[in-house]
Write a protein that binds this ligand. Structure first.
Ligand code: ASP
Length: 333
């Protein structure tokens, strides 16, 4: 029997596994495993790799049913593996990583999501190094859901896609790195999540959320969620500020809260911690019962809301859990 670690590789699509159609220049899905063994033969020095391809799509098409399939696949294989690598399109990578971090409670192995800006089959690709480093990190003692990109290992639910065209495409604005790969692999142990308890999977999500981004002078009738919406998110400025003086928004928020809907203020600013109480408008909304997303990323906050709405009917429980760190996504006060 081989003494190498066992890594489950789940390929889901995205640029990393596409090839360019020479006539049209368009990127299309490829038979990933064939290119993988051809282009990265040295992977077999690091680990025994078991490949699963549940779907191969552009990640912009993903929804909770795809997250659920990934969760169930990992759950079904967990006893025989030392780590998981998921190759994924970059566009919704941070959403999938956040969703999985809530779903895979106390995951006993590393789950590392990665992707690439250029396909594995192209010259000057970043896929090769992202891929090799992710497999290597998946054999280490890091029991949480992470994103590896360029040379950084980040907590999945703290990560955002921050560049369309740089190889250094992902960042973690409000949480330090978990590891950095250069000549050596440096793992920052004190930044890694400490979990205890049994591994458990939760896989219900509810997408009954309406999101409104405020902009200077936006019309008042813009904020009109459909009847069956359970949570309303307002994307505000900076610390949690929003125009209320010439608007009916305050009255609308009052009605939504009275109708037992969750109201969350988020910020368009990516780095730092929200403090809506700092200015009059945000303070009013908080006093009325609106929540805010603290230092969570937009991706972590939205998937957390979907997750909590999927798990619970009781609004008090949803509200309490939204303001609690479930998987290291929030710095609690
Ligand atoms: N549109 C692609 C996707 O998210 C982009 C990428 O893979 O980088 O699937």
């Amino acid at each position: 029997m081989s003494s190498k670690p066992n890594v489950l590789l789940i390929h889901t699509g995205g640029t990393i596994g596409m090839i360019r159609d020479h006539e049209s220049g368009v990127l299309k899905p490829d038979l990933f495993y064939e290119s993988l063994t051809r282009v990265v033969p040295e992977l077999s020095d690091i680990a025994d790799i078991q490949v699963e391809i549940p779907f191969a799509m552009d990640s912009s098409e993903f929804n909770a049913s795809h997250w659920r399939q990934l969760g169930q696949l990992i759950k079904g294989k967990i006893d025989g593996i030392d780590g998981v690598v998921i190759t994924h399109g970059t566009d919704t990578l941070a959403y999938t990583a956040s969703a999985l971090s809530y779903m895979l409670m106390n995951v006993p192995v590393p789950v590392i999501l990665t992707g690439a800006q250029k396909p594995l089959s192209e010259l000057r690709t970043d896929a090769r190094t992202n891929f090799i480093n992710s497999i290597e990190l998946a054999t280490r003692n890091i029991h949480e859901v992470c994103i590896f990109f360029d040379d950084k290992l980040m907590r999945g639910n703290r990560t955002i896609k921050s560049s369309i065209d740089h190889f250094d495409a992902f960042s973690s604005p409000n949480y330090p790195l978990l590891a950095r790969v250069g000549i050596d692999v440096e793992i920052y142990r004190s930044n890694i999540l400490q979990t205890s308890g049994l591994f458990h999977i939760f896989d219900s999500f509810d997408n009954s959320i309406a999101i409104y981004k405020s902009f200077p002078g936006c019309r008042d009738d813009y904020f009109q969620p459909p009847e069956n919406i359970r949570a309303i998110v307002i994307i505000s400025y900076g610390a949690g500020n929003i125009a209320l003086q010439e608007s009916q928004l305050l009255g609308r928020v009052e009605q939504w809260l009275a109708a037992n809907k969750i109201v969350v203020i988020m910020s368009e600013t990516k780095s730092g911690r929200m403090n809506p109480a700092l200015y009059e408008a945000g303070n009013k909304l908080l006093k009325m019962g609106a929540l805010h997303s603290g230092d969570m990323t937009f991706e972590a906050s939205i998937t957390k809301l979907m997750f909590l709405l999927g798990q619970y009917q009781d609004y008090a429980i949803i509200r309490k859990n939204f303001c609690t760190s479930l998987a290291g996504e929030l710095t609690e006060n």
